[in-house]
Structure formats: structure tokens, C-alpha cells
Design a protein around this ligand. Structure first.
Ligand SMILES: C[S@@+](CC[C@H](N)C(=O)[O-])C[C@H]1O[C@@H](n2cnc3c(N)ncnc32)[C@H](O)[C@@H]1O
Length: 135
């Protein structure tokens, strides 16, 4: 699975901006790997978002709704590319970058699949939100 996910992330990062529209199958595959790994059913037969959490600042959506965000294939690609670029930019100027990822959702989608690309002492991360359930 790791190799397959890496391959999909390569495609997302290396595509030209114009090619992102054609990458829906790539994002669909990525999402299905995360669903398999976490055993999350993205589209249960009967679903109401009753596991949302009320916070002083508003509604924190449920794990299932948060997971469904991953299917927004342009959003997922643009955010992953943006996070990757931001880490690269910081590492070009600093020895180390600390990542604070608030609202991870169940997949940690925007950061976790990128982490192995950077050596651990250089990219330390802090995850806040639905804790990712992948070991
Ligand atoms: C829109 S989802 C995005 C999930 C993931 N980052 C992604 O892009 O696929 C936002 C996540 O932030 C969580 N969240 C919102 N407010 C939060 C809070 N105050 N503390 C922790 N998590 C929060 C939600 O429950 C949800 O899991």
C-alpha cells in the first residue's frame, strides 16, 4: 500500500496545474487506500452527521464527513501540493520545520502521505484533530 500511495502522491505533486482536472481517478484511488486502512465507510446506506462536535467556535464535522472532504479531488490535490511546497520552501531556508496540523480528519490526508519525503529530524509534526488511525 505504501508504494501505491507514494506513486499517487508523486502524480499529484508532479502534475502540471492544468493536468489536475484529469487526476480524479488518482485521488479516488488515494481515498480508497485510506478508507481500507481506516475501515471507514465513506458512503453508508444511512448517514446523518450526528457525530459532529459543537465547539465554542462552531461545528466540528464528524469523522465520516471529514473523510468525505478527501473526495473533493481538486481541493485535495491543491492542498497537498501547497503543503509540500510550503515544507520545501521552509527547508530551503531553515534546518528544521515544525508542522502543526489542526483538524487532521481521520486520514491526516494533507500531511501524513508527505512526511516520509523529508528526513525526520528536519520535519517534525504535531497532529491535532481526529487522530489518524493508520499505524
Ligand atoms: C473539513 S475537515 C478536513 C480534514 C482533513 N484536514 C482534510 O483536509 O481532508 C476538518 C476537520 O477538523 C476538525 N475540527 C474542527 N474544529 C476542530 C477543533 N476545534 N479541534 C479539533 N478538530 C477540529 C473536524 O472535526 C474535521 O475532522
Amino acid at each position: 500500500m505504501k508504494q501505491a500511495v507514494n506513486h499517487l502522491i508523486d502524480q499529484i505533486i508532479q502534475s502540471s496545474h492544468q493536468a489536475l482536472n484529469a487526476n480524479k481517478p488518482c485521488v479516488d484511488h488515494l481515498v480508497s487506500y485510506f478508507c481500507d486502512a481506516t475501515k471507514i465507510d465513506l458512503h453508508p446506506d444511512f448517514f446523518v452527521d450526528e457525530n459532529a462536535t459543537r465547539t465554542p467556535k462552531g461545528k466540528a464535522v464528524s469523522m465520516t464527513t471529514a473523510a468525505q472532504c478527501a473526495e473533493e479531488f481538486l481541493r485535495t490535490q491543491v492542498f497537498i501540493r501547497g503543503v509540500h511546497q510550503a515544507i520545501e520552501d521552509q527547508l530551503a531556508q531553515h534546518q528544521k520545520v515544525n508542522l502543526l496540523y489542526g483538524g487532521t480528519g481521520p486520514f491526516g490526508l494533507l500531511v501524513l502521505p508527505l512526511l516520509h519525503r523529508f528526513s525526520t529530524p528536519r520535519a517534525a509534526n504535531h497532529l491535532i484533530g481526529h487522530p489518524p488511525r493508520i499505524a
